[in-house]
Write a protein that binds this ligand. Structure first.
Ligand SMILES: Nc1ncnc2c1ncn2[C@@H]1O[C@H](COP(=O)(O)OP(=O)(O)OP(=O)(O)O)[C@@H](O)[C@H]1O
Length: 224
């Protein structure tokens, strides 16, 4: 369970999130809102990439402030642009990096690499230069690099924004098939139509928190 208790966030003197309290228990949660409404900042609070200026973010009882290492293991984070996440030149090396850091054995790393590449039809790309992958393949590699570390929660910041329709659908299907709890920010309302919960941010505040059937039309009215 993720508990956000009276969380505010400022960058210097600029306040961008204001006194947010939420308990996140559903398996599929979407965060939507206008540009600059604070979605990415909120997402980054969930795995301790950012710490609140005031208030507390608690993951299964542990605060992000005091348990950074555990939290980053539990809460995987996928950035909007996979180029910011893929750090090694070859696909296999990039997947191995996080697992090596966690102390996984060579055999485990090899098996998990084969498994995840097979799952996403990319086994033939094992020795391929990562920068030559297509946009969709890069995003799948970025997601794979997080999944092999076995997070319980997966936070994704606009995972389909840079993708064409075919790749959007591919990523959407890949996410739907996962057992993890997913929290994602997006402008892609089709992606979240079957989600359990949609939270709408406006100027750093939660203004709608409902099912997609209710929240999406309410958001569209807000933006009209
Ligand atoms: N590192 C930073 N330093 C200062 N201000 C920042 C920083 N990151 C974001 N901001 C500001 O915080 C506010 C919220 O930004 P954030 O990226 O969280 O919004 P967002 O809803 O994700 O926007 P978008 O839909 O455009 O990605 C914006 O006004 C932005 O300019």
């Amino acid at each position: 369970m993720i508990q956000i208790e009276n969380v505010s966030l400022s960058y210097g003197t600029r306040a961008v999130l204001h006194d947010i309290s939420l308990t996140l228990t559903e398996r599929r949660i979407a965060i939507i809102g206008a540009n600059g409404s604070g979605k990415s900042s909120f997402a980054r609070l969930l795995n301790g990439l950012l710490l609140p200026t005031s208030g507390t973010v608690r993951i299964d009882g542990q605060t992000t402030k005091d348990n950074g290492k555990d939290i980053r293991r539990k809460v995987g984070f996928v950035f909007q642009n996979p180029d910011n996440q893929i750090v090694f030149p070859v696909v296999e090396e990039d997947l191995a990096f996080g697992m090596k850091n966690l102390g996984f054995s060579k055999d485990t790393i090899a098996t998990k690499t084969t498994d995840i590449l097979t799952r996403y039809d990319m086994l033939h790309l094992r020795d391929h230069p990562a920068h030559l992958l297509s946009g969709g393949q890069k995003q799948l590699l970025a997601i794979s690099g997080v999944l092999v570390m076995e997070p319980i929660y997966l936070v994704l910041d606009e995972p389909t924004t840079l993708l064409d329709l075919r790749n959007k659908r591919r990523i959407s299907a890949a996410l739907n098939a996962l057992g993890q709890t997913i929290i994602l920010t997006t402008h892609d309302l089709d992606l979240i139509a079957a989600y359990d919960r949609v939270i709408v941010f406006d100027e750093g505040r939660v203004v709608i928190d409902d099912t997609p059937a209710n929240a999406i039309p309410a958001y569209e009215s807000l933006m009209a």
